[in-house]
Ligand binder design. Structure first.
Ligand code: AMP
Length: 249
């Protein structure tokens, strides 16, 4: 069984980014980039399926600049078998990525596609859902547990006030939530091994996909500054301030 994983190169989760002076976006010059954390969970899940003898091949795919090769090499070091980079300098929006992934699904015919529930840079939370619609496949989003058996994947997802369990017939699309697993650390020997694993590069045009942006960002601004908190010395003053000054938003 083939498993396809989508991985995005994003600003590292520990980096605090700032808005560009012309308000056109976030300044990412010289900042540390890493694999989107939810995608690391997706790769880990697929590699576990391979180790359990359920998956036969794990393919990782990324769309973006040539630097995304680094992200793909990390996925190969976690244990994926081969990688595909769909290279473009266009600023990709979720619909464009979903179309590229749909073309890869048509080409590779995986039984399972795992994506992150959202990319932590744009927080769109759209690509998996759009891919499921374009490919006409069932989707289990925000998976906190998944079990494969008898041509089906059972997905548990946390919903308001409880848990929901879905049964999807393969092939299917799953998106990962934080609780699904804890990704392993990449070891040096595996980083070395990953250098020899196949990494194919193609362009969106090779897949007949138009990735032209459909949405225009008008403005990006910093969040409003919060005023400093006030320290009080005793409970009486605190209760007094709560009565007279505290506001409910
Ligand atoms: P989003 O809809 O942008 O929040 O992204 C959801 C998921 O789609 C991510 O966690 C990735 O698995 C996948 N994805 C988004 N953008 C890309 C990209 N440029 N290349 C590969 N996968 C992507």
């Amino acid at each position: 069984m083939k498993v396809l994983i989508a991985v995005k190169r994003v600003v590292d989760a520990n980096v605090k980014v700032g808005v560009r002076s012309d308000s056109t976006g976030v300044d990412i010059t010289n900042v540390k980039m890493s694999m989107n954390p939810f995608d690391e969970i997706a790769v880990e899940q697929a590699v576990r399926l391979k180790e359990a003898g359920v998956a036969s091949e794990v393919i990782v795919a990324s769309c973006g600049s040539s630097q995304a090769q680094e992200t793909l090499r990390t996925a190969l070091a976690i244990g994926a078998d081969r990688a595909v980079l769909v290279e473009t300098t266009v600023d990709l929006q979720p619909l464009a990525v979903a179309k590229v992934l749909k073309a890869l699904v048509d080409k590779e015919r995986p039984s399972l596609v795992i994506l992150g529930k959202q990319a932590i840079d744009d927080d769109s939370n759209q690509t998996g859902q759009m891919l499921a619609a374009l490919a006409g496949l069932p989707q289990g989003t925000f998976a906190s547990k998944m079990v494969l058996a008898d041509g089906k994947v059972t997905v548990s997802r946390e919903v308001d006030g409880g848990a929901e369990t879905l049964s999807l017939t393969l092939p299917a699309i799953v998106t990962t939530d934080l609780r699904l697993n804890e990704p392993r650390y990449v070891t040096l020997p595996n980083i070395m091994k990953a250098k020899k694993k196949p990494l194919e590069t193609m362009k969106p045009e090779d897949l007949d996909v138009d990735v032209t942006p459909r949405l225009k960002t008008l403005k990006v601004t910093d969040p409003p500054k919060r005023s400093a908190g006030v320290m009080v010395h005793d409970v009486k003053t605190l209760v007094g301030k709560l009565k007279t000054e505290a506001k409910v938003l």
